[in-house]
Write a protein that binds this ligand. Sequence first.
Ligand code: C5P
Length: 218
Amino acid sequence: SVIPVIAIDGPSASGKGTVAQRVAHVLGYHYLDSGAIYRIAALAALQRGINWQDETALVHMVHDLDIRFSQGEIYLNGAIITEAIRTEEISRGASEVAVHPALRRALLSLQQGFRQLPGLVADGRDMATVVFPDAQTKIFLTASAEIRAERRYKQLMEKGIHANLAEILQDLQARDARDSQRSAAPLLQSANARLLETSQLSIDQAVQAILEYSRSDN
Ligand code: C5P
């Protein structure tokens, strides 16, 4: 029988990463942060002096990447890069490398390899549409751009990082536009995905909603 997948797609800073991780924890499922994979590709390119526009070189490069997720840390060829992939520069780089169809294809089997028993919660932009089209439960998790910018702003403040709310909002909107308008696997709600609008929901309420959906989809 097939290994269950809960696919959670949505825009940047929608909170889907936090929510997806908690759902995985409750169910005892594996977790795939597919955005981290694009971030790693952007970081690795930067380190090797490969241009984010150079699709051929990027595809060649990813075959040499040894990517591991272990106990909350992310490893690239043995080095911990958990924090290094969260910068604003790498956020932009990830969305730039992610436009290349051949790079996306080269990263497909790596992502699909996370589908292991007893199940997987996968978050990203194209989990329900491309990577796991046969997922049992498909969620499109979103919130207004203003709310997402505020959440990101608070997060940075809590970490003691200076930030500007207007700039964060602008950045998010630029990234939303790039992710939604690209021709390869654009961010879109798949026809059979459930829409979860979290502007008025707490993290816990969003987690509960997804658990309910997954129960009813079984
Ligand atoms: O989710 P996160 O913000 O970490 O993703 C970084 C970037 O990677 C996104 O802006 C998007 O362009 C790209 N991405 C993607 N497909 C995914 C996950 C992320 O294109 N499944």
